[in-house]
Ligand binder design. Structure first.
Ligand SMILES: Nc1ncnc2c1ncn2[C@@H]1O[C@H](COP(=O)(O)OP(=O)(O)OP(=O)(O)O)[C@@H](O)[C@H]1O
Ligand SMILES: [Zn+2]
Length: 746
């Protein structure tokens, strides 16, 4: 299967190497010219082959030829190819006929899902067809007339209520509202919607405002600033945890929808979608869809198509939703914009946040990046005046900022990692009927198993890492390569039966808490026990309703959740973040700490955050806790400026891995030599050096860092370097890739 992106009458490629187009799979282009522009830009910027980039922008089902009976082995998908494209015209000509025939035929018998969807929601379908210039008035009204209103659930176009507007500027308002399925704003709440987030049939009528809490003045300023923006404008919504950023999003979404625009909201993790989707559902009536990897393939395709056809007006999704075609896109929102999960870490290594900014530019619409802990990149952009900095300095609704306590745990007795100070406070909070949230970013029972007699430790055979003991499954698991081994009954080295877990993960802390607080309901929330579909949602809802006095979890529990009953947050261990090898380690640590802490005291009861540490005098920690994230970030930025690190420079990381250390290093040494020969100018070349985890899944990993204070020379060098490397790296035992604007160097 291939993708048609353009046409030429002549080609430099030998005719026998050119493949004929056997069949065109799509009746209309899947992507608009703007969608294609974004994907091609991304492919170009992140150095991903354009074909791979386009495929990864499509739902999985559309990446395959249609598996129906009439499917032929080969076919082509059509993307926007521009009007000048003769192929597109060819493809369109039969399409018009096909569509019209289909419209004349019985809707249920149509095999094409998109068309069926369109028929289910004719107002949007007609609009979509008309805006694409694929149909004219006379051509459509006739067959529609003949099908009759009843069959399609909408009145015929020619009925008296229809304004006699000429195609193609038929707007949804032109469709009469007598139909049970069409709402006054023309955004049909189609019964065909399969996505969990489709507007419920009993939603109140669209158009009238729904009541929320009145906005406070800071929120008001933010809402006004963004809604007054015309054309492309980037805003940073820098609001402390619980300051009501979500409320600002909702108001802006409502306004955009009222203007007839579509809105795209990106969040870093699936776990954040249910809560946000629910808040949107309570306040926003237009059809909404959710797009994330947890959906079934068919569900995903349906949601994607509804967005692409303009039926879904609000799309909430994770990273890859950035590529969803949205013909009427008028606003983009990226929540938790600092989150590293917005960057794809393999294959097509794009940053969904950065692409969102680019997309807003292409669509000439505003974009809002929201966070309580903005990334240093974004803060720098705000500092330079490229982004408008909007601040929410106070918690909304009279909630107070949480109070921080540092617990020095050096030489203190710890009960499975919990200090006496923490346990005492927990008891008080639970007795007062409030909730405690304990944060430990390590799942499993213990991070390592050791032999008490000979000192053997459970290392992974394939990685430079230890295997984590998972008691639930009686296994040792490597969190890096996924290797699993049954729990040994004796030491594999000296055969001693005295094997002991060392350190604690969430399973072990859970055990200990159940003993310490018998009969008190406790929810552990981490990746291991939320694998079942819907489980995370269930736990979070129950947690929010106060069902569990004790909540224990990893970062899944840390971000974005509104848990009004939590008055104490205990942070068990974040010390490694103070001394991580990546230059972003402290930034990540600070963000995580502030986000977790932000779960405390979000309602009327004030919150306390107790941070256990072995480094109570660490200046970063002190600044962060005493002066807050903004002060921390300002200091971190000036350190970065001094060291010439991002955001004061731009980086690209050339990674290589192979079965032997030599091969990867040799390749990168060669790359370095090549780069130097290409006159890198101001671009600095660092390495090659082994990755900080040198061996992973049996492969040796090394990297070469390219860095420059300006983007231009860096990218110019990469442009010259990559073709040379491709020509050279014919060795199939070696894998290599380039990561533009890398976020992690592990
Ligand atoms: N103007 C307001 N007046 C009263 N309550 C408000 C107002 N705005 C928001 N709230 C409430 O404050 C609480 C916190 O708001 P919200 O969850 O939107 O904060 P947030 O900034 O998105 O938080 P976080 O970054 O921690 O996820 C919610 O219960 C919300 O309904
Ligand atoms: Zn491993």
């Amino acid at each position: 299967m291939g993708i048609i992106v353009g046409c030429r009458r002549e080609s430099a490629i030998a005719p026998d190497r050119l493949k004929p187009i056997a069949r065109c799979l799509d009746q209309e282009p899947l992507l608009s010219a703007k969608d294609l522009e974004l994907i091609r830009w991304a492919a170009d910027y992140y150095r991903c082959p354009p074909g791979e980039a386009i495929f990864s922008a499509l739902p999985t089902r559309l990446r395959r030829p249609v598996p129906s009976s009439q499917a032929q082995p080969k076919g082509w998908r059509l993307t926007a190819a521009g009007d000048a494209c003769p192929l597109a015209q060819l493809a369109r000509a039969p399409r018009q006929a096909a569509t019209l025939t289909a419209l004349k035929a019985q809707p249920a018998g149509i095999d094409d899902t998109s068309l069926r969807d369109q028929l289910g929601d004719c107002s949007a379908a007609l609009k979509a067809l008309a805006t694409k210039g694929l149909i004219e008035r006379c051509q459509v009204s006739a067959p529609l007339d003949r099908i009759g209103a009843q069959n399609l659930g909408i009145p015929p176009i020619g009925s008296p209520a229809t304004s006699p507007k000429a195609w193609p500027d038929i707007s949804p308002e032109a469709v009469p509202t007598t139909s049970p399925d069409a709402s006054p704003d023309g955004l049909a709440t189609s019964s065909l919607a399969t996505n969990a987030c489709a507007a419920s049939p009993d939603s109140p009528t669209a158009g009238e405002p729904m009541l929320g809490p009145a906005l406070n003045s800071e929120q008001q300023v933010a809402v006004e600033a963004v809604s007054e923006a015309s054309g492309f404008n980037c805003f940073l919504l820098d609001g402390v945890t619980g300051s009501g950023k979500t409320e600002v999003y909702i108001r802006l979404i409502q306004r955009a929808l009222e203007r007839g625009q579509q809105v795209l909201v990106l969040v870093p993790e699936i776990g954040l979608t249910p809560q946000l989707a629910e808040r949107f559902a309570q306040r926003i009536r237009a059809e909404r869809v959710v797009l994330h990897s947890g959906l079934g393939e068919r569900e995903r395709e349906t949601a994607w198509r509804r967005a692409a056809h303009g039926q879904a007006r609000l799309v909430l999704g994770t990273r890859s939703a950035i590529f969803t075609p949205l013909p009427d896109l008028g606003l983009l929102i990226v929540d938790e914009e600092h989150d590293v999960s917005l960057k794809q870490q393999d294959g097509f290594r794009y940053s969904a946040r950065d692409l969102a900014v680019r997309r807003a530019q292409i669509s000439q619409c505003p974009i809002l990046l929201g966070s309580a802990t903005p990334s240093l990149e974004t803060l720098r952009n705000a500092e330079r005046g490229r982004y408008q900095h909007l601040r929410l300095r106070h918690r909304a609704g009279g909630a107070q900022a949480p109070r921080f306590l540092l617990a020095d745990v050096r030489s203190q007795p710890l009960v499975t990692g919990l200090s006496h100070a923490l346990l005492t406070r927990m008891t008080e909070v639970i007795e007062a009927g409030n909730q405690v949230l304990l944060f430990l970013n390590r799942r499993g029972f213990s991070p390592v198993l050791t032999c008490h007699d000979c000192g053997w430790i459970s290392v992974c055979q394939h990685c430079d890492a230890r295997m984590t003991l998972h008691r639930g499954h009686s296994q040792l698991v490597c969190h890096h390569c996924g290797d699993q081994r049954p729990l040994p009954v004796q030491c594999p080295y000296c055969e001693s039966p005295d094997l002991r877990p060392l350190g604690q993960g969430t399973e072990r802390v859970e055990d200990s808490l159940r003993q310490r607080f018998p009969g008190i309901p406790l929810a552990r929330i981490d990746r291991d026990n939320t694998r079942r579909k819907g489980e995370l949602e269930r736990l979070l809802t129950a947690a929010r309703d106060g069902a569990y006095p004790i909540l224990l979890g990893t970062q899944m529990l840390a971000k974005g959740h509104h848990l009004p009953g939590v008055t104490l947050v205990g942070i068990l261990d974040l010390d490694h973040g103070l001394y991580g090898s990546d230059f972003r380690a402290t930034e990540r640590m600070a963000q995580l700490l502030i986000q977790v802490a932000g779960r405390a005291g979000r309602a009327e009861r004030p919150g306390t955050v107790l941070v256990q540490t072995r480094h109570p005098d660490h200046p970063l920690l002190i600044r962060l806790l005493r002066q807050g994230y903004a002060a921390f970030a300002a200091a971190a930025l000036s350190e970065r400026a001094e060291a010439g690190l991002p955001p004061f420079s731009f980086q690209a990381l050339l990674r290589a891995d192979s079965r032997t250390e030599q091969l990867a290093l040799d390749f990168l040494r060669g790359a370095r030599t090549l780069a130097l020969a290409l006159e890198p100018g101001p671009v600095e070349i660092w390495g090659p050096a082994p990755a900080s985890m040198e061996r992973r899944a049996g492969r040796f990993r090394a990297q070469l860092l390219l860095q420059c204070s300006q983007r231009g020379p860096l990218h110019a060098l990469i442009d010259r370097l990559l073709p040379a490397l491709r020509a050279q790296a014919s060795n199939r035992k070696l894998r290599w890739s380039i990561d533009i604007d890398p976020q992690e160097s592990l």
